[in-house]
Design a protein around this ligand. Structure first.
Ligand code: ADP
Ligand code: ZN
Length: 607
């Protein structure tokens, strides 16, 4: 499987630079647009005058006196007037020496009984804007130049752009739910930060670096901040991916600056997020990687150079501790590791409670129920769900957040937003209905598979439809039978398409990908294949690669995967043929109502 984190690192690295370029380009585009508009307006004005016939001033006076003029049009602020002669079709343009004098002259003419029609006009808006722009253009250019210079400077001064320092973080351990054991371990560090002398007197060695390992969103940053908050010391943070710079040597100097600052602020907490971005195993490679090495070396130097009376604790977070250079994990460096797991059910309930504070929530909502439905969710995802629920409740004008809002939020976070607007043909609808019904019906007859919570054929995110399962319990181990049955459930969609429509579609591609990955892991990671035996073929040095095998082994693995998938597909078909009436019943409800609830689904089976 691929590694989305790698991409993220790169993205962050480029983000600042991108921002700079985007704003410069926008500025340049703006200036160009302004110039073009001004040019066009002025050109327009010129060509208008050229095309018209010019009437010399003397002729104009003569014509007025001979009474051959029918109409004169004057524009405020302009000495150009338009003249319509009685015996000519086209209007002519004349330039008068002074508009005021001409106006006065014409007024006396009219008073004397002239029949000339006088029209006074306000200048064209476009022309006026053009005039204004033309006068403003140099100023605008100067301002733009200043902004660009300013930005360039910001880009050069990394320290200011990136590291953030928060003195009195208001975060405390009360804001961190679920991680009870982890918090207990941290109390020691808090005490050390508060009263370092006592520890020194006793001759105790306190860890200088603590590595927090866990998935994104499990609260690593949160707990680091809470330590600073509890000890009431400054919190300086930086992200590992930000260290990786295009310019050689910058990463290392940034590390130096970070620790210079920490020494000034000590006692304090230094938090390095995504440390794997700089702390990956050192290589002999050149270019970007040797830059990486320099940064890492500097970090090691800084951590070794702590004086005994400097009270600085470095906390680092990573999702891939196995990637880290062993030198980082040596005594005196990150010699303590704390694994932050995704919260268990009780933890999830507590996290939900913490994040429900300050939100209007229906009284009958039981966080225990929500916690049951959200096995595997991280703290960040749970916080996100409650926030989404609040948004949904507001949109629906509910008085407070109710059960439906929360269920909708869970779906939104897991499968994406419902897209009612997408037009689906009847044929596609039938295909999707049978596909999803296939997953659901097959799962119903599989002992180990979770109960169905909802099936829908309303497109959501990228999915054309979905089958939602209830998360019944937190599992730490999965049995072989369970994995095999999972394969059957995954292939239920494709099997139903084939059985009912005698055709198959692209709709199953994700199912097949997931199923194939599971089958491969069963064989190469969990040693569940009899032919290949209980061997782990995963390369612990390089988790993305397999080791230990040549072509023969590859062929054997391929054959085993095929057997697992084929068997699962056959079993899915068998189940569906046997329970065809149920499959039709579920698909029909879906075609009628687009959705089937847990209750409606199990009523079909008389459960
Ligand atoms: P990480 O650093 O592990 O990626 P964060 O600490 O940035 O995760 O977590 C993101 C957000 O998720 C936090 O700001 C908090 O709102 C929420 N969160 C995560 N874990 C917890 C937890 N155990 N208790 C309360 N909130 C949590
Ligand atoms: Zn499917």
């Amino acid at each position: 499987m691929n590694n989305p984190e790698n991409k993220n690192d790169n993205k962050k690295k480029q983000k600042e630079q991108k921002k700079f370029w985007v704003s410069s380009i926008i500025l340049i585009i703006l200036i160009v647009i302004l110039s073009v508009v001004t040019f066009l307006v002025y050109n327009n004005k010129d060509s208008e005058e050229e095309n018209d016939l010019i009437l010399p001033y003397t002729e104009l006076i003569k014509d007025i006196n001979n009474d051959t003029v029918e109409k004169i049009e004057m524009t405020t602020g302009s000495t150009t007037v338009k003249v319509k002669l009685k015996d000519e079709e086209e209007e002519k343009t004349a330039i008068v020496p002074s508009l005021q004098a001409f106006t006065e002259y014409m007024q006396t003419k009219v008073e004397e009984g002239s029949k000339i029609e006088l029209i006074q006009k306000e200048p064209n808006v476009l022309l006026r804007i053009g005039d204004a722009l033309f006068t403003l253009l140099p100023t605008l250019l100067l301002v733009a130049l200043f902004i660009m210079l300013f930005k360039m400077q910001g880009l050069g001064d990394k320290g200011k752009v990136y590291d953030s320092e928060e003195r009195d973080t208001n975060t405390t351990f009360d804001d961190v739910a679920g991680l009870d054991e982890e918090k207990e371990e941290m109390v020691e560090i808090v005490n050390f930060l508060k009263k370092p002398e006592e520890f020194y007197k006793m001759g105790a060695k306190v860890p200088r670096g603590v590595l927090l390992c866990g998935k994104p969103g499990t609260g690593k940053t949160l707990i680091a901040k809470a330590i600073a908050g509890e000890a009431n010391v400054p919190f300086i943070s930086m992200s590992g991916s930000e260290f990786i710079e295009m310019f050689a040597g910058l990463g290392a100097s940034r590390v130096r600056k970070l620790f210079e600052k920490a020494r000034k602020l000590a006692p304090c907490i230094v938090f390095i997020d995504e440390i794997d971005a700089i702390g990956a195993r050192r290589t002999n490679a050149s270019g970007a990687e040797s830059e990486n090495n320099q940064t890492l070396n500097q970090l090691l130097v800084e951590m070794d150079g702590f004086e005994s009376d400097e009270t600085i604790i470095v906390l680092a977070a990573t999702n891939r501790p196995e990637m880290l250079d062993q030198a980082l994990l040596r005594p005196g460096r990150f010699d303590r590791q704390i694994i932050i797991n995704s919260p268990d059910q009780k933890g999830r309930e507590e996290i939900l409670k913490i994040h429900s504070k300050g939100k209007k929530i229906d009284e009958d909502i039981d966080f225990k129920d929500i916690a049951e439905d959200t096995a595997g969710f991280t703290g960040a995802e749970l916080a996100n769900i409650l926030n989404e629920a609040a948004i949904i409740a507001t949109t629906n004008k509910h008085k407070s957040i109710n059960k439906d809002d929360i269920e909708e939020a869970i779906k939104k976070v897991t499968v994406g937003l419902e897209k009612h607007s997408r037009v689906i043909s009847d044929k596609d609808k039938k295909l999707t209905a049978y596909h999803e019904a296939g997953h659901a019906v097959v799962s119903r007859y599989l002992e180990t598979q979770n109960d169905i919570k909802e099936v829908s054929i309303i497109p959501r995110g990228v999915a054309g439809g979905y089958t939602m399962y209830k998360n019944n319990e937190d599992k730490y181990y999965i049995s072989k039978t369970e994995m095999e049955e999972k394969l059957i459930a995954l292939l239920g969609g494709r099997a139903a398409e084939k059985l009912v429509l005698d055709d198959i579609s692209t709709g199953a591609s994700n199912d097949l990908e997931v199923a194939t990955n599971i089958a491969r892991d069963m064989i190469t990671v969990y040693g569940m294949s009899d032919t290949i035996g209980p061997i782990s073929l995963k390369d612990s040095e390089n988790p993305n690669q397999m080791i230990l095998y040549g072509e023969k082994m590859q062929d054997a693995i391929g054959a085993e995967i095929k057997i697992l998938i084929d068997t699962a597909y056959r079993n899915a078909q068998k189940l569906l043929i046997e329970h065809r009436d149920k499959l039709d019943a579920v698909a029909n409800v879906l075609l009628q109502k687009e959705k089937i609830t847990e209750k409606e689904f199990y009523e079909i089976f008389n459960d």
